[in-house]
Ligand binder design. Sequence first.
Ligand code: ACO
Length: 325
Amino acid sequence: MSVIRAEVTGVGAYLPKQVLTNADLAKKLDTSDDWIRERTGIRERRIAADGEYTSDLAIAAAQDALRNSGLNASAIDLIVLATATPDETFPATATTVQARLGITRGAAFDIQAVCSGFIYALATADNFIKAGQAKNVLVIGAETFSRILDWNDRTTAVLFGDGAGALILSAAQGQGTAADRGVLSTHIFSDGRQHDLLYVDGGPSKTKTTGFLRMEGREVFRHAVTNLSDAIETAMRSNGVTATDIDWFVPHQANQRILDATARKVGVHPARVISTVAIHANTSAASVPLALDCAVKDGRIKRDQLLVLEAMGGGFTWGSALVRW
Ligand code: ACO
């Protein structure tokens, strides 16, 4: 059976120049390099410069992805940008990206699913392509979480970083089997009852401020491993594949212990896990495409290999995607 598939035709990334190490943090907070490494695997993170916005990061990642795809920006008919740290309350940061890339047709909008944002954006883009409503979609995850951190709170300030990653998805013909290239499935979930475990204590309607990130870390950890492994198993089951068929596990980069525990639970060998948490920390919606970009550019991820992507974030939201590269 002939079906429309969303194939990945480009990948790109951008990281701000400024590196903030654990030792830098330990000068300002009651924490240590040892504690942060042992509990999270994080060594350093990037921080956007003053005047450098989420849109700037997104545009740089998008330009890198366009360069790698060989496509001209004018071929893009949809931009889906996942972010919880938009430049402004409105308009969508995606429209700033659209204008600065010189794109004057199609549509651009933001998706807000916090750390799961990239999986939600990928699911949205895939469905637009499958419905025949878009041919080339720019999917971006971009965040400046440094702007919503309480830098006096050691339980959250050490965990996050800034960055952006982007994919270009292009419509192609497939056979409707797991041997096709492109996005084979996406599954997204949410449970609004878990709001208080991870949220930002501000917003235009409630406080007329931006607010700061608040989190019950231990509870989030517990839910993360359960929800993420369920989402991965759903992805594998719905495509008739098993953990041994997966070439690369590309998880949301929250905490090395969550990555390890989830891989163990679903039976993916540790050597198959792409981890950038040590050098990027948790970049929320940017973390999955940043990890993808890293492993494609260093030659680990190759054409036709099978990837499982996953993420979980505030809401709670979570999801998975199975992609043949
Ligand atoms: N430096 C030193 N000590 C610290 C720090 C710090 N930065 N932060 C907390 N501590 C202390 C605590 O105060 C506590 O001290 P106490 O025993 O005297 O009360 C002790 O360390 C242990 O704290 P816990 O919270 O129990 O430590 P835990 O092992 O759970 O690690 C962490 C905390 C890293 C936040 C972990 O729970 C975690 O990663 N949770 C998931 C959070 C996450 O990834 N959120 C991102 C968004 S959602 C997602 O992406 C999946």
